[in-house]
Design a protein around this ligand. Structure first.
Ligand code: GLP
Length: 242
């Protein structure tokens, strides 16, 4: 695992957007796995700026979703499909036809999860998966004690994650769904390159457990230690417990 300490979130965004642009130059139809949350926004902004400047070509890229709320209609502004359309697809000029994601409204959620794992495999797998990290060390929505070999499946959110995400639902925890679909840790580990970005002091403890702790289900992100090509990009504050 490579750990890169950058000055701030903006520098982290530039660094990762640069890696994405290089990947697209080498493989224009790469599958880019994207995460939601506030942390990756500087990455998407920096990549969109490169696209506008003609320094990155997203005309053939495919974008793959990491996780989704169960039960929110796709057009709900906080469904991750909507969030990614707003924050990633539109700024990068990518159409929905190039988007891969699980169906959070499916009547048979388990079948939707399995269908998504199959769709990822049929697309040739994820080339670069961008990850954030929860304050409890979760990646995607794999909460602590998720199996390190897990596949895409339905999960129940912890109270902590619902509290953390209430800010996207007018601060009202009652509106935050209880259930989600997430790529499993085993699914995530199949991406060719994993890039985790963490910024701010609130993530320092989770980053220390990820990088210096044992590989353990209690800190799902520690599974990155098992991956042959994992890069952890942290700002000074998130690196403060290393
Ligand atoms: C949610 C997402 C994760 C994300 C996490 C942290 O739980 N499912 O993919 O990493 O939030 O979000 P933030 O970057 O806003 O702290």
């Amino acid at each position: 695992m490579e750990v890169v300490i950058v000055a701030d979130a903006r520098a982290g965004g530039e660094l990762i957007a640069g890696a994405m642009a290089q990947l697209l130059a080498r493989k224009p139809d790469a599958v880019l796995g994207v995460a939601t949350g506030s942390t990756p926004l500087p990455v998407y902004e920096a990549l969109a700026a490169r696209v506008r400047a003609g320094a990155a070509d997203t005309s053939r890229v495919r974008i793959a979703q990491l996780d989704e709320y169960v039960g929110l209609p796709a057009e709900h502004p906080e469904s991750y499909r909507s969030v990614l359309r707003r924050e990633v697809l539109e700024p990068l000029g990518v159409g929905l036809d190039a988007f891969l994601g699980p169906d959070g409204t499916a009547a048979d959620v388990q079948a939707a999860c399995e269908a998504y794992d199959r769709a990822l495999a049929e697309a040739g797998g994820v080339d670069l998966q961008l990850l954030g990290i929860g304050t409890d060390g979760h990646i995607g929505f794999n909460e602590p004690c998720s199996s390190l070999a897990s596949r895409t499946r339905i999960k129940t959110l912890t109270e902590q994650t619902r509290v953390d995400n209430a800010r996207f639902f007018d601060g009202d925890i009652a509106q935050v769904p209880h259930h989600v679909i997430t790529q499993g840790i085993g699914t995530i580990l199949e991406a060719r390159h994993l890039v985790l970005l963490a910024t701010g002091a609130g993530k320092a403890e989770a980053v220390a457990a990820t990088v210096e702790g044992p590989v353990a289900a209690v800190c799902p992100a520690s599974a990155l230690q098992l991956h042959p090509h994992a890069t952890v990009v942290v700002d000074e504050a998130a690196a403060s417990e290393l």
